[in-house]
Design a protein around this ligand. Structure first.
Ligand SMILES: CC(C)(COP(=O)(O)OP(=O)(O)OC[C@H]1O[C@@H](n2cnc3c(N)ncnc32)[C@H](O)[C@@H]1OP(=O)(O)O)[C@@H](O)C(=O)NCCC(=O)NCCS
Length: 260
């Protein structure tokens, strides 16, 4: 097997065939992203005998210090369970470390298909054996009975910094259904301007989700924003965990859930 090479837009069809061999719905979701301008940037493929057999890659969330997310990671079904996935991920992790990566996160579903069983079980096993730890499990996230598991891998020693609290004027500006979910919602927000959101703002958002027949609301905020946690908890949200050192060492991403 060759080593990782950068994905080109000419690889899109071959990569979609790799993903489709494992999951047709995922291939459809992935296609939209790959076909955007810059959609194959930071994505990598592996080949065997000149044929693309695996894909992986990363993205960097804005506003974070050297935080990375793993993107679509698939090995063609015909080539799975032969060590390609492990080699591909080890190389990618090394690449991210060379770029200065501090933490790497990945999301996995626990979906159990009627015919194919737990289709993401190999991925979960592989990530954990590479040193990723489960940081948050969002129950019933994608759909009722299908959770989202977020794992994190530390790539650098942690700095012993004390996070400064921030008085951020958080304002909600939209209510939207989360991509890849059935009826799970979130609120868009920004932290520019005057207003600090109130319990009433949160309740207005929940009412909107109820009107849209949503099942649940998932929200997340930096752990050093003052007053957010208290307002969300008094509006009926529950604390669903943290992504440790997500923004920077000492500043986590704090997650909240409201079940309708
Ligand atoms: C995850 C994936 C990329 C791994 O690629 P791969 O080439 O099969 O990986 P490897 O052969 O290097 O390793 C697979 C590991 O999973 C294990 N495994 C296979 N099936 C498993 C199952 N049903 N349950 C638990 N572990 C399983 C194998 O034993 C092996 O572990 P080991 O090295 O400790 O023995 C590939 O299986 C895949 O495309 N899966 C579907 C898509 C997916 O889940 N992507 C990730 C979404 S976040």
């Amino acid at each position: 097997m060759q080593t990782l090479r950068e994905m080109q837009s000419e690889d899109i069809d071959a990569v979609l065939a790799v993903i489709e061999s494992q999951d047709e719905d995922d291939a459809e979701e992935a296609e939209a992203g790959y076909r955007e301008i810059g959609g194959v940037l930071d994505q990598y493929v592996i080949e065997q005998d000149g044929k693309v057999i695996g894909v992986t890659g990363f993205s960097k969330p804005p506003g974070c210090d050297e935080t990375y997310w793993l993107s679509w990671t698939y090995v063609h079904e015909d080539y799975a369970n032969k060590g390609h996935g492990r080699k591909m991920l080890n190389e990618l992790i090394e690449l991210i470390k060379q770029k200065g990566g501090r933490k790497l996160f990945v999301k996995v579903s626990d979906y159990v298909d009627d015919e194919d069983g737990a289709i993401y079980a190999a991925a979960l096993h592989l990530y954990q054996s590479l040193g990723f730890n489960v940081e948050i499990t969002h129950k019933d996230y994608y759909d009722e009975g299908e959770s989202q598991i977020i794992l994190g891998l530390r790539l650098k020693d942690k700095l012993s910094t004390v996070a400064q609290e921030e008085n951020c004027p958080v304002t909600f500006n939209s209510v939207f259904e989360i991509a890849e979910t059935d009826d799970a919602y979130s609120f868009g927000w920004h932290d520019e301007g005057e207003q600090i959101f109130t319990e009433d703002d949160v309740k207005t958002g929940i009412d909107q989700v109820r009107q849209d027949e949503g099942r649940a609301v998932f929200l997340s905020f930096p752990s050093n924003f003052v007053g957010i946690k208290e307002t969300l908890l008094s509006a009926g949200f529950s604390n669903s965990g943290i992504l440790d050192d997500y923004y920077e060492d000492g500043v986590h991403e704090q997650h909240f859930t409201y079940i309708l």
